[in-house]
Design a protein around this ligand. Structure first.
Ligand code: SF4
Length: 230
């Protein structure tokens, strides 16, 4: 499945679903899964219940970059099953040395247990930080609050990291910039909520967001802009 959020990436859904219940997920991932699973498809995909698809373990896409279990959050997967996913990747890269694999979670602490298993040169760890503000975040998602996520992502002794600031929620410039630079990501992806008619939260204005983007770039970090609303 071609990934709609990230260009040149294919999603490999050997695990699907999530219980974090982000307000912006229903009109995006969850709606898409209802559409693709349709009337006769997988009922657990339809309801977005976390579940395994072991029949897909041997079907890793051939894209340069593969988003591992990108339609869901892998923190809900059984660690034994995640190790099967990592094992399948290790088999794959015996022949495709340069293929890259994105593992993304809003509970990045879950990656701690796999650090010695991930193939070092091929694995990039990602987390989302929509804002630095914990206050009010419970109304957006049941995932760990941003400060917890920042601390847990920082604690991962892993060289290759990416942060997604999408959908961006209003933030405190100095604190948020400090967090992002401190995490030493190889890239940051930033964008507004792409479904503002269906879900709303406090957002920074364009000027504030552009100031943050410029400051991140000044710090030497690559920024990829997503939905910038023109
Ligand atoms: S963490 Fe991701 S998959 Fe889970 S509800 Fe939020 S947006 Fe959806």
């Amino acid at each position: 499945m071609k990934n709609r959020m990230y260009a040149d990436v294919k999603t490999w859904n050997s695990f699907v679903g999530c219980k974090f219940d982000c307000s912006y997920c229903k009109p995006s991932f969850q709606r898409m899964m209802k559409r693709v699973s349709g009337a006769n498809g997988c009922r657990d995909c339809y309801s977005f219940k976390p579940h395994e698809h072991p029949e897909r373990l041997s079907k890793i896409p051939s894209a340069d970059t593969v988003f591992v279990c990108g339609t869901g959050d892998i923190s809900f997967a059984n660690p034994k099953y995640v190790r099967k996913i990592i094992s399948a990747i290790k088999d794959r890269i015996k022949k495709h040395l340069a293929q890259q694999f994105y593992f993304q979670s809003k509970n990045p602490a879950c990656f701690q247990q796999y650090l010695s298993d991930f193939p070092k040169d091929n694995t990039i760890l990602l987390t989302t930080l929509e804002t630095n503000r914990d206050e009010g975040y419970a109304g957006v998602s049941k995932a760990p609050v941003p400060s917890r996520r920042y601390a847990d992502f920082k604690a991962l002794d892993w060289l290759r990291k990416i942060i997604t600031v999408e959908p961006v929620i209003d933030f405190d410039h100095d604190i948020f910039l400090e967090w992002i630079v401190d995490l030493k990501p190889e890239a940051v992806w930033i964008g507004y909520n792409s479904r503002p008619k269906e879900v709303q939260f406090p957002e920074p204005d364009k000027q504030k967001l552009e100031k943050l983007i410029a400051a991140i770039r000044d710090a030497g970090v690559e920024v990829k802009e997503k939905d910038m609303r023109g």
